[in-house]
Design a binder for this molecule. Structure first.
Ligand SMILES: Cc1ncc(COP(=O)(O)O)c(C=O)c1O
Length: 310
């Protein structure tokens, strides 16, 4: 199933701020794995799709916002691997469709809109039973691919990358961080940057994910998660909130290093890392920043000029 993907390159970047801090800065370019199913998305979808196939489901249903990278990738993966897909989208339909949703429709995804109150019940048996009654035999993947199958895929992100002592990544649900922490040695550590305001709540979520994973019997590369922590100061006002400062940072980073960043996830994490380097937060170390993709979202963000705060 993974033969259509390229091995993501690790790219060393020459950056004066990192050099001043005695840090070797590298980027794992998961964004380059596949034009449509890239970043952390493939890792979170892989074992979900395999489970769906094993159980003979032909339709995948999942949830997401109107700009969701997960909706985008699920539509593309469903199309590539022969599944029908249904996307339950938070909020009302807005026409014309934004680039994310029009891509999903082009890939054959059926979109169903759901008011915000009902959408909040997406994890409940009640809503899931209703969806099954409406759509028949469906394999449900939670929003953001946040389940143990998602964690399992993310334990594979760091395969053969034990050279690095510090791994940094952006966090939404914490699934990717959980999988990575379950694949590293106790000498390595993970620093996660929640992109939501009040991201401290993710500590409990990630603890639950790692503990549930370890007792699930699914293959785990290590017996205990590697040390990890969250830095919650770089959310820029909240999920998908974008400031001019953030946009300028991403543009400058692209000019200097020829690496595009998205404004919702990787841009905030890279910004945070640069600030922490200036403050001496990282010991001289070999850092790997994970580029988790999300670049499709920039089209919609720029298109809608949404939520630019200042
Ligand atoms: C581009 C990108 N980076 C990072 C994340 C955060 O991943 P997680 O939800 O596993 O914390 C997401 C959300 O899935 C994402 O779309």
């Amino acid at each position: 199933m993974s033969s259509i993907f390229l091995s993501p390159p690790v790219q060393k970047i020459n950056n004066q701020i990192a050099a001043n801090a005695g840090v070797e800065l590298n980027i794992l370019r998961l964004d380059l794995m596949h034009p449509e199913i890239n970043g952390n998305k493939w890792f979170k979808l892989k074992y979900n799709l395999l489970a769906a196939k094993e159980k003979n489901y032909s339709t995948i249903l999942t949830f997401g916002g109107a700009y969701s990278n997960h909706i985008f990738a699920t539509a593309a993966a469903g199309n590539a691997f022969g599944f029908h897909t249904i996307g339950v989208i938070r909020g009302e339909e807005t026409l014309p469709l934004n680039p994310t949703l029009s891509f999903a429709v082009k890939k054959g995804m059926k979109l169903v809109y759901c008011d915000r109150t009902t959408y909040r019940k997406k994890h409940t048996k009640e809503l899931q039973t209703e969806l099954k009654q409406r759509f028949g035999e469906i394999f449900i993947i939670p929003e953001g691919g946040c389940n143990l199958n998602g964690v399992r895929g993310c334990t594979e992100i760091m395969e053969d990358l034990d050279y690095f002592d510090t791994i940094c990544l952006a966090c939404g649900t914490g699934t990717t961080l959980a999988g990575i922490a379950l694949s590293l040695s106790s000498q390595q550590r993970v620093v996660g940057f929640p992109v939501l305001k009040g991201g401290e709540f993710l500590v409990e979520e990630i603890k639950n994910l790692t503990q549930n994973y370890l007792i699930s019997g699914l293959p785990a590369p290590v017996k205990n998660p590697a040390p990890w922590q969250l830095i919650s100061d770089y959310h820029f006002g909240g999920y998908a909130k974008i400031t001019q400062e953030l946009i300028t940072f991403c543009h400058k980073f692209k000019q200097e290093h020829n690496i595009p960043l998205d404004y919702v996830y990787t841009g905030k994490m890279f910004y945070g890392v640069m600030e922490l380097l200036k403050k001496g937060f990282f010991q001289p170390s070999k850092i790997l920043l994970i580029h988790t993709g999300g670049l499709q979202g920039n089209l919609s963000t720029e298109d809608a000029k949404i939520k630019i705060l200042d």
